[in-house]
Design a protein around this ligand. Structure first.
Ligand code: FAD
Length: 324
């Protein structure tokens, strides 16, 4: 699908990173720098996935905040925490200056038995959304009291001041969901709990995202729903993702990736597929693009360039500013 560049310039985009297992993260900092050059709306950092700890997440989040100026968004999960621990965790991230979160229920640790036992005191993402707002409100009130005590006058803080809490959404249904209505109801419950936007699980067919957004709007959801896109640039990664997410196989892309051993050709197929998908969801009203990077910049920047959101000059990729 051809999209007019003037139609898409100025549309925000964002990236997801995961904390490296090794503290020697030289290539990650380079990737972050290249991604940051494009002025994304935010970069999110996963939590708990791939065995990452809160310290490794915080390290990447601090780097984003202090070294790049990009707005960091921290994933947080409910896994294994008591109320007290979850409270302390949220406080620790707020203390580090993090004000945007993606509140998740989280998945069981690898090898854990089925059931909810792995969760701890918080049973769902909605409860974590509420907790984040509660902790922030308490902090803001405490800051006001301190400021009053210090003779500074103080002011009554807005209950939701400064924190932005995103949640996950599943266009093709969460594996535990009983049906598409439950997925919409769950998202609605998250919005009622204070979520300010949703980011979707990756998908490979535009109609999956567009149909989900339509059902969510019909069900009363009003928060922005950002499409999560991942350029699948190797057959191995595509298979692994399909296995992990249970998403519908993109048949044509799958056939193309398996048809060649050339890494360049596979990259081209993956980028082209993601570019078409991005163009389709933007043309039908997606508010922005959220790109899963797998800590690599090349594929996602190529997608953004082909969609018309960034341009490359002298090896540096920057945002194309609104031309309308
Ligand atoms: P919830 O919204 O709480 O629930 C998920 C679904 O389960 C609901 O839609 C509902 O249908 C069903 N459900 C929940 N409770 C019940 C119940 N009691 N009975 C019946 N059905 C129920 N995981 C990580 O560990 N770290 C990450 O950084 C991370 N990042 C992610 C980023 C995105 C954008 C997405 C989409 C997922 C991410 N995940 C991450 C994975 C996520 O934690 C899992 O998909 C998890 O299983 C669901 O999380 P949730 O926040 O949607 O949970």
């Amino acid at each position: 699908m051809a999209i007019e560049q003037a139609q898409v310039t100025g549309i925000p985009f964002s990236f997801e990173l995961y904390p490296p297992r090794s503290p020697l993260a030289g290539t990650l900092w380079d990737t972050i720098r290249r991604l940051a050059d494009t002025s994304p709306e935010f970069m999110s950092v996963t939590y708990g996935a791939n065995g990452s700890s809160r310290q490794s997440s915080l390290r990447v989040l601090r780097h984003l905040k202090e070294e790049t100026g990009v707005h960091p968004l921290a994933h947080l999960t409910c896994v294994g925490s008591s109320h007290h621990e979850a409270n302390r965790l949220v406080r620790e991230f707020l203390d580090a200056g993090i004000t945007s979160f993606l509140a998740l229920r989280g998945d069981p640790p690898e090898g854990a038995a089925e059931g909810d036992d792995f969760l701890g005191d918080l049973g769902s993402a909605s409860e974590l959304v509420q907790l984040i707002h509660r902790v922030q409100t308490e902090r803001a009130q405490y800051a006001t009291i301190t400021s009053r005590g210090g003779g500074g006058g103080g002011r009554i803080p807005d209950r939701r001041e400064k924190v932005r809490v995103a949640v996950a959404a599943f266009p093709n249904g969460h594996p535990r969901s009983s049906g598409s209505q439950q997925d919409v109801d769950t998202l609605m419950a998250k919005e009622v709990s204070g979520a300010t936007m949703a980011i979707t699980q990756l998908f490979f067919h535009a109609e999956d995202y567009l149909g989900y957004v339509e059902r969510a709007r019909a069900g009363g959801v009003t928060i922005p729903i950002l499409p999560g896109l991942m350029p699948a640039t190797t057959p191995g990664r595509l298979e692994r993702i399909l296995q992990l997410t249970g998403e519908r196989r993109p048949d044509e892309l799958s056939r193309q990736l398996h048809s060649t051993d050339s890494a360049d050709q596979q990259l081209e197929y993956g980028v082209e597929h993601a570019t078409t998908l991005a163009g389709q969801v933007l043309a039908d009203g997606a508010p922005s693009l959220h790109l899963y990077t797998f800590n690599q910049h090349q594929a996602v920047l190529s997608v953004l360039e082909r969609v018309g959101l960034v341009s490359t000059t002298s090896g540096t990729t920057t945002t194309i500013k609104e031309k309308l």
